[in-house]
Design a protein around this ligand. Structure first.
Ligand code: 7RM
Length: 656
């Protein structure tokens, strides 16, 4: 099997930062040179300048026992102090940390002083419940300020939080609680989603109920319940406590203690290919350094003037690094929105941008494509002129969506940073620097200063520029995962076994470097299709499909085929305005021909299914595995991590 992935699409548009943007940008070209000259010294400088250490570190990186890295190991710090108290001590207590916007329209500004007070009280509550350093605390919460406070309260006392997406079922929650051995759960009565209160507490109750005498008793001792939805809740006396009662009664004084830099900060579960979720472990000093650094230089955060908005849920790594830790370590002011983009009207996000004067917006391609599907007239009803920088994360952003994002949301001038990274990498790894890089739509472009990657074949040899291969990280980085909770062998096997002799981290993604040295992400290697011996990436064919005026979203998979080995099967969603103006007759055939013209006959889908929805995770990633089941006529596999578990039966019906 060859790991080469054929390259099909070319993009020639380029966008330079304006001189005004470049002049004020925090990340400069010198950072690349500095990091190249001495990588460890570069990260040491970032760690010293961005973080307040209780005790300074003397050693930068300990890589004596790979792949188990230690960064800044003899230094001590308190992560919550870095995100809160020090800003208050510096005289910025009145600066707004969180501009909270509830879905029903309630809003609340929380200053750094107020958030610090809340976190100190919450830390006292947790300690009062017997939670201490190293204990695991599960958070199952809506996007409200208390969720951020709960994460920081854990960090403050050295407890390890594990955030579980509010949309996950009781079963998924239970398996994560069991795997982590959580001592405490922090949840809410509910949160607002799509115009109504979506209850959370019943799922916690179910997750904690002894399952049919199966015996295994959960480790959870208490459940702290935040009041948000005014929902009736069932109460287990002795176990359940109201957050607001405990917090109000708690002392507002709490001294942050310094912990060693390698103190675990959180475990975040991501579904592995084998089904059993992996608890990705991150620690404190290195993680906070890279989260803060990237938020500063990639999102170009000027804490005094910017109003930043990362739309990610805290149940996703993006919410950890770019809602909670990075921006708060930098003392930024940010929007926190509870609800869904279309509630109560399709312009809700743009109304929020206008209301708060958002300057930097960071979101996912799936959201951008869904706004494209509805048409530009919706955002155009709002004043988006405050926006000066846009970011994208989570999936390849196809050039058409990139250009739409820049034109319609970014006023035709905002740079876009397409940021590649993973739960495992903890922070951004590949991205333009917005004041430096000449932008290429669709490409994440270059590793950030201090990060080294390569694109290799299955032997670990670098492939020639222009060819597709496997993306690897070739040297350890500060925010790298430190392991899989409770399973060190799986950590080594999953990420380091493939290129053990070279010591490379294998990311699981395909990528290609073009003649300009820009990196193009091609999708998960597991999703690569082999058609008559040609290895085709999902990203390029999907990009070609959404490049057609009729198509809003597309997902392609390889389905077994008697003559070609595998055949390309595409699932597409048609734009609403296209459907209003045209008949859909013959559209599938036209799209097959279109793909053939755009990238060549080899990529022409055998089947194109027009569907109303695609199966996505809560963070917006397409679950191609499920579409492969449909394309090959199998029963659809495990759907528990889907945002909307009903979509697969709808798609199966549409395909039949
Ligand atoms: C941050 C996050 C990780 C996977 C990763 C890729 C894909 C993420 C991009 C991207 C192309 C991007 N963490 N991915 N960002 N692909 N361009 N800018 O998403 O753990 O949830 O997912 O997401 O496949 O391996 S994650």
């Amino acid at each position: 099997m060859s790991s080469q992935i054929d390259h099909l699409l070319n993009e020639s548009r380029r966008f330079s930062p304006s001189p005004e943007f470049a002049a004020q940008a925090i990340g400069t070209a010198e950072l690349y040179d500095e990091a190249k000259a001495d990588r460890e010294a570069f990260w040491a400088r970032q760690a010293n300048e961005l973080i307040t250490w209780d005790k300074s570190f003397t050693e930068v990186l300990d890589w004596s026992n790979p792949p188990f890295a230690k960064w800044f190991a003899d230094g001590t710090l308190n992560v919550a102090y870095n995100c809160l108290d020090r800003h208050v001590e510096a005289g910025n207590g009145d600066r707004v940390a969180l501009l909270f916007e509830g879905e029903p329209g309630d809003s609340r500004a929380v200053t750094y002083a107020e958030l610090t007070d809340l976190v100190k009280r919450a830390a006292n509550v947790l300690e009062g419940l017997g939670v201490t350093k190293g204990d695991r605390v599960a958070l199952y919460l809506p996007m409200i300020p208390e969720a951020v406070a709960a994460m920081l309260a854990c960090a403050r006392i050295g407890a390890i939080h594990s955030v579980v997406f509010g949309g996950f079922s009781a079963d998924s929650l239970r398996s994560r609680l069991d795997d982590a051995g959580a001592k405490l759960v922090i949840t809410a009565d509910g949160g607002y989603r799509k115009g109504k209160v979506s209850a959370l507490k019943p799922a916690v109750d179910m997750a904690l109920a002894d399952r049919n005498g199966e015996g295994e008793q959960a480790t959870v001792e208490h459940v702290l319940v935040i009041r948000r939805g005014e929902n009736e809740v069932e109460w287990t006396e002795g176990r359940d406590l109201w957050w607001h009662e405990e917090v109000e009664a708690a002392s507002p004084d709490h001294t942050a203690q310094g912990f060693e830099a390698e103190t675990p900060l959180f475990v975040l579960y991501t579904s592995g290919t084998t089904g059993k979720p992996k608890g990705i472990l991150h620690t404190s000093g290195g993680y906070l350094t890279q989260a803060a650094f990237t938020n500063r230089v990639v999102h170009d955060i000027h804490p005094e003037t910017d109003v930043y908005w990362c739309t990610a849920d805290i149940g996703w790594i993006t919410g950890h690094s770019y809602v909670t830790y990075g921006p708060l370590a930098n003392g930024a002011t940010q929007v926190l929105y509870e609800g869904t983009p279309e509630t109560p009207h399709p312009g809700r996000w743009w109304e929020i941008v206008q209301k708060y004067g958002v300057t930097v917006l960071y979101t996912a391609p799936t959201a951008i494509r869904s706004f494209m599907k509805q048409g530009r007239q919706i955002p155009q009803e709002f004043d988006l002129s405050s926006i000066r920088l846009l970011g994208s994360v989570g999936e390849p952003i196809n050039p058409e969506a990139w250009v739409w994002y820049r034109d319609v949301i970014g006023g035709g001038h905002a740079p876009i940073v397409d940021t590649w990274w993973q739960t495992e990498t903890g922070a951004i790894m590949i991205s333009p620097l917005p004041g430096v890089t000449e932008l290429t739509p669709g490409s994440a472009q270059n590793p950030i200063p201090g990060i080294e990657v390569s694109i290799v074949d299955e032997k670990g040899e670098e492939v020639e520029d222009g060819n597709g291969g496997l993306l690897v990280v070739t040297s350890p980085w500060p925010s790298m995962l430190r392991g899989i909770w409770g399973d060190p062998d799986r950590y080594v096997d999953t990420y380091w076994r493939m290129f053990a002799d070279k010591g490379y981290y294998f990311a699981g993604d395909g990528a290609r470097k073009d003649e300009d040295g820009d990196i193009w992400l091609l999708g998960r290697v597991d999703d690569v299709m082999n058609v008559s011996g040609h290895r085709l990436s999902t990203a390029e064919i999907e990009s070609a499909l959404v490049g057609n005026e009729a198509v809003a979203e597309a997902a392609v998979v390889g389905a077994s085929d008697e003559t070609t080995g595998q055949a390309v099967v595409a699932f597409v969603i048609i734009k609403e305005n296209y459907l209003r103006a045209h008949k859909a007759d013959g559209l599938a055939q036209n799209l097959r021909l279109w793909v053939g013209e755009q990238i060549g006959p080899i990529a022409r889908p055998r089947d194109i299914y027009i569907v109303g929805e695609l199966p996505k995770t809560r963070s917006g990633k397409i679950m191609r595995r499920l579409l492969r089941d449909v394309a090959e006529g199998r029963e659809v596999g495990d759907t528990t991590t889907l945002a909307d578990t009903a979509v697969m039966s709808v798609i199966s019906k549409q395909v039949k």
